[in-house]
Design a protein around this ligand. Structure first.
Ligand code: C5P
Length: 315
């Protein structure tokens, strides 16, 4: 039987609006999600016994049973018990490159890769929609991570409408290594401070409806300047007061030459800046490293990509 290696890309949010809270405890969202080149690598190897094993060297991911990648394999084993008996278990080796607790969907994309990989290992032949349906049970961002690219995401984040792929956009990503944000905490805090029960759109006055139109139009026209001007993330309202260094990081990125716009991703604390070339991205990275000179600050140069989970070897 085959061993599969997969690339699991991170995402950034070009737009994140929290519309209100829902009866199921989640929040109703309007987001624009974008896959980026920074990616984890996962290898799935068949095991002769009905065992799920997760190997990961990351010091902060020692509790493998709680890892979303492990839970994705458990979900597949429960849903497809016959195939689990027929083909046996799986050993997942996770090479973690996406920072954790960063607002980059690192855990969700690993889960997405496990769903795609087990579908191949057990020859299930599931459609993308079926995989996304399973993924939504693991986390709101998992369906997007399976498809990737550029997408509008509504509902709790699992209802996707693909947008025109962006190209030739480079990203400088920045994160304080020791700072992690718990997404649940970020939602609870937002709700305490700004939350309102979800009001269906038609019941709202026009000015209070979703404000993503300008950004979506900029994407449709591949207008990078307008795209940079219309980035938005409601979570900055709770993360910046709690962690002023994240606000400072965004402000420093924003004023660098060539930067079209800078914004926090997801519930933070990673921050990204958009530029139009690799050379500009490297220049921004160098400048920010010099200006902030903090050994706790990690910086990456990457670019937008049009895909989610990719199979890199099958052998
Ligand atoms: O869906 P996921 O497991 O990734 O969600 C992580 C946390 O974020 C949970 O605490 C969930 O309640 C919260 N969340 C939310 N509204 C969403 C998505 C996530 O309140 N639309």
């Amino acid at each position: 039987m085959h061993t599969y290696s997969l690339l699991a890309p991170a995402k950034i949010n070009l737009y994140l609006e929290i519309l209100g809270y829902r009866e199921d405890g989640y929040h109703e969202l309007a987001m624009v999600m974008q896959s980026i080149g920074l990616a984890d690598r996962l290898t799935l190897r068949p095991l002769p016994t009905q065992t799920i094993r997760l190997l990961c060297h990351h010091p902060e991911l020692t509790d493998t049973a709680n890892n979303l990648a492990y839970r994705a394999a458990q979900l597949m084993a429960t849903e497809f018990q016959d195939m689990f008996s027929k083909y046996g278990g799986v050993e997942i080796t996770l090479d973690k490159r996406i920072p954790i607790g960063a607002g980059l969907a690192g855990g969700s994309t690993d889960a997405a890769a496990v769903l795609v990989g087990i579908d191949l290992l057990w020859r299930l032949g599931l459609t993308r929609e079926e995989l996304q349906h399973l993924g939504a049970r693991l986390g709101s961002d998992v369906p997007f991570c399976i498809a990737g690219g550029t997408s509008l995401a509504t509902g709790r984040g699992e209802v996707l409408s693909p947008l025109t792929d962006l190209a030739d956009l480079w990203i400088v990503l920045a994160k304080y290594r020791s700072l992690h944000i718990d997404t649940g905490w970020a939602y609870r805090t937002y709700r305490q401070q700004f939350g309102q029960p979800y009001v269906p759109q038609p019941a709202r006055p026009a000015g209070e409806r979703v404000r993503s139109g300008a950004l979506v139009s900029a994407i449709a026209h591949r207008d990078h300047r307008q795209l940079g001007l219309n980035l938005s993330n409601d979570f900055e309202r709770v993360i910046f007061p709690a962690h002023p260094q994240v606000q400072q990081l965004r402000e420093v990125l924003q004023v660098q030459p060539g930067v079209l716009g800078a914004m926090m991703s997801g519930s933070g604390p990673s921050v990204f800046a958009l530029v139009e070339s690799q050379a500009e991205a490297i220049a921004v990275q160098t400048q920010v490293r010099e200006q902030l000179a903090d050994p706790d600050l990690d910086l990456w140069v990457t670019q937008v990509i049009p895909t989610g989970i990719q199979i890199i070897t099958d052998g």
